[in-house]
Design a protein around this ligand. Structure first.
Ligand code: SF4
Ligand code: FES
Length: 248
């Protein structure tokens, strides 16, 4: 396959940045999208040019770091996969592919296609955990009965990999799907009840402080989420928030 790539190049956080065109040839349809970028970077390095900076780690859909906006969609054209799981057979020979970083005030660009998503870490630190007494009387988690439906829903919520595609897809750059998933995975389990009030209040407060927008029920986040996280998690977070506010 021969392709034209239009890639966002930005030297650092203060640089204005611009789209730059690259031609790439002999791309195998069986290459992953990131492998295709590896080939481009090899060529750039061999020509004495600066390689394109992009984020990646596991390359198997687990870590959530491969945050690319491809032809106007986070993680590209295919559903339920991350950029690292996207293959070049999803494109046609001769295509022009536009590659940008995830864009949101709370995700400032560090360089080229890499954004700073530490805002997500701070939201997690605000309440995305449970405290367990490990002084010697710890109850085995498997000994605590959990309703099967709640266990399934908690597990589904816990599959969120924190990639940020929901934010990038949202016209308001809202993080409600991410935070909804993180609140839900504990709200549905007995282990999450002790800190439930503080958790939802603190995580929503941090989300707002980071500059994420509000949810206006567009649903783009659910469509673009590689893990199929449901909008039900936003509704559950809103209910949790209402109950927590009434308790305070
Ligand atoms: S909710 Fe989906 S899109 Fe958003 S961070 Fe989690 S996995 Fe990524
Ligand atoms: S590199 Fe880990 S999910 Fe893509």
């Amino acid at each position: 396959m021969n392709l034209t790539l239009k890639i966002w190049r930005q030297k650092n956080a203060n640089d204005k940045g611009k789209m730059t065109d690259y031609k790439i040839s002999d791309v195998s349809p069986d290459m992953s999208f990131l492998e295709m970028l590896d080939v481009l970077n090899n060529e750039l390095i061999n020509n004495g040019e600066e390689p394109v900076a992009f984020d990646h780690d596991c390359r198997e859909g687990i870590c959530g770091s491969c945050s690319l906006y491809i032809n106007g969609r986070p993680h590209g054209p295919d559903r339920y996969i991350t950029t690292c799981q996207l293959h070049m057979r999803s494109f046609e020979d001769g295509d022009t592919i536009t590659i940008e970083p995830f864009r949101a005030t709370a995700f400032p660009v560090i360089k080229d296609l890499i954004v700073d998503r530490s805002s997500f870490d701070r939201v997690q630190h605000a309440g995305g955990f449970i405290s367990v007494n490990t002084s010697g009387n710890t109850i085995d988690a498997n000994a605590i009965p959990v309703n099967k439906h709640n266990a399934d829903d908690a597990f589904s919520a816990a599959t969120c990999i924190g990639c940020g595609a929901c934010v990038a897809a949202c016209k308001n750059a809202s993080a409600m799907l991410f935070v909804g998933a993180k609140v839900s995975q504990f709200a549905l389990l007995p282990q999450g009840q002790i800190e439930a009030t503080d958790r939802v209040l603190n995580m929503v407060k941090q989300m707002d402080e980071e500059g994420f927008g509000n949810c206006t029920n567009t649903g783009a986040c659910e469509v673009e989420c590689p893990k199929g996280i449901s909008l039900e998690n936003i509704a559950r977070m809103n209910r949790e928030y209402l109950v927590a506010t009434a308790k305070r």
